[in-house]
Design a protein around this ligand. Structure first.
Ligand code: SF4
Length: 398
């Protein structure tokens, strides 16, 4: 039996660097059955395989037209040759069918991407050699750490919130999904959890205790729901050996007061500087009110030494911020906020000035400075309130 597996995001997104868990589970499932499994890096000769599985997480990832056009997003079905199977939110958004239990609960094949990684290393080494440059394999390998260092899985599934912008609409609650040993590989240094709303699971405490008992750094890759933070949850969460940033979400301005209280709560338990909040923009509108709402959230996070990460909303068909008169302003804000090195050291104005200083065409404004100037001319009061705020002007209390 010959099985082809295509991680469409790997092929269609230039800088994509995260393994597709479904691909890894399919690979392990078929290898266990004695099949020959290949991670395919193109869409050629698919008829040579008994089965080809194409998985896609992002709706805007390119796949050949004949595949994309076969897909019915509303029914979760595709009209393709018998040996070709497509799946994932990238094809079916909220209607993506579940995997069979046998596959869903299979230990992933963490070696699926090994040959591809080896090949990337070889290419980079060769290119460095040809350019007369030194090749540092260790530095180069950092980009593959999610493939090489982590056990990856879902301890829980589901969410009860049903946010209108979210793909996660199937369930009304958060429930236990996999035991740790279903995906935990002791030879791997770290653990990455893909849970949708882990803190909303009634068994959150047991799960955190299980993770802590492994004595390995772990992280929740999706934004955690800070609205659910309590003293008890903070105590357990912030005393863990956490890997990288604690990531939460601050999607709605209507949660402003609640989030403010939760920020105070977080700061009762930790002074960590690796606390990040996704800030969704361009969803309710893309007018000046959306810009104000963005700034209010960014300024509040700054006061508590938390980092905003601007998430510009897009759905399966549209990218509204791109059509906005503030398109360039959204881009500049994202460039400033999403690079902590800039956000922690410069105000928005200083960031734009630094961009201008590197601008090559004399007598003209760079796009960042132009976005600032245009906005300030129209809304001087808003600019006065926010453009000169600096992360380091706020001191953490306590
Ligand atoms: S809380 Fe998070 S996971 Fe749940 S619906 Fe909202 S965005 Fe999705």
């Amino acid at each position: 039996m010959k099985i082809g597996i295509i991680d469409a995001d790997l092929l269609g997104r230039q800088k994509h660097r995260f393994p597709n868990l479904v691909c890894e589970k399919l690979s392990a499932y078929w290898k266990e059955k004695g099949a020959e499994v290949e991670l395919k890096l193109d869409y050629e000769n698919l008829n040579e395989f008994d089965h080809v599985y194409i998985a896609k997480v992002f709706t805007d990832t390119w796949v050949p037209k004949w595949i994309q056009e076969s897909v019915n997003m509303d029914t979760g079905e595709a009209n393709l040759p018998e040996n070709i199977h497509v799946g994932g939110t990238g094809f079916f958004f909220a209607n993506a069918p579940n995997l069979d239990d046998e596959i869903e609960h299979h230990m992933p094949d963490y070696n699926l991407y090994n040959d591809w990684i080896d090949n990337e290393v070889r290419k980079a080494e060769q290119a460095a050699g040809e350019a007369g440059k030194k090749f540092n394999k260790r530095t180069f390998m950092v980009q593959f750490k999610e493939y090489t260092d982590y056990s990856i899985g879902f301890m829980t599934r589901g969410c009860f919130r049903k946010c209108p912008f979210c793909v996660n609409q199937k369930y009304d609650k958060v429930f236990r999904h996999s035991p740790l040993d279903e995906f935990y590989d002791p030879s791997r240094k770290k653990i990455c959890l893909l849970d949708d709303n882990f803190l909303g699971c009634p068994e959150w405490r047991t799960i955190l205790e299980e993770l802590k008992a492994l004595k390995k750094p772990f992280k929740f890759k999706q934004g955690m729901d800070e609205r659910l933070l309590t003293d008890e949850r903070c105590e357990v969460l912030f005393s863990a050996s956490y890997d990288g940033d604690y990531t939460f979400a601050f999607d709605n301005i209507s949660d402003y007061d609640l989030i403010h209280r939760k920020l105070q709560l977080i700061r009762k338990y930790t002074k960590a500087t690796n606390i990040k909040f996704y800030v969704l923009v361009g969803f309710e509108s893309t007018d000046v009110q959306d810009i104000i709402n963005m700034w209010r959230r960014v300024a509040l996070l700054m006061r508590y030494h938390c980092l905003p990460y601007i998430m510009r909303y897009q759905n399966k068909n549209e990218t509204p911020w791109k059509k906005s008169e503030y398109r360039s302003f959204y881009i500049t804000m994202a460039r400033w906020c999403n690079q902590p090195g800039f956000f922690k050291k410069k105000s928005f104005r200083q960031f734009c000035e630094a961009n201008q200083a590197h601008h090559k065409t004399e007598g003209t404004l760079c796009s960042a400075m132009k976005a600032l100037v245009d906005f300030e001319e129209r809304y001087p009061e808003i600019a006065k309130e926010y453009f000169d705020l600096r992360f380091d002007q706020f001191e953490l209390e306590g």
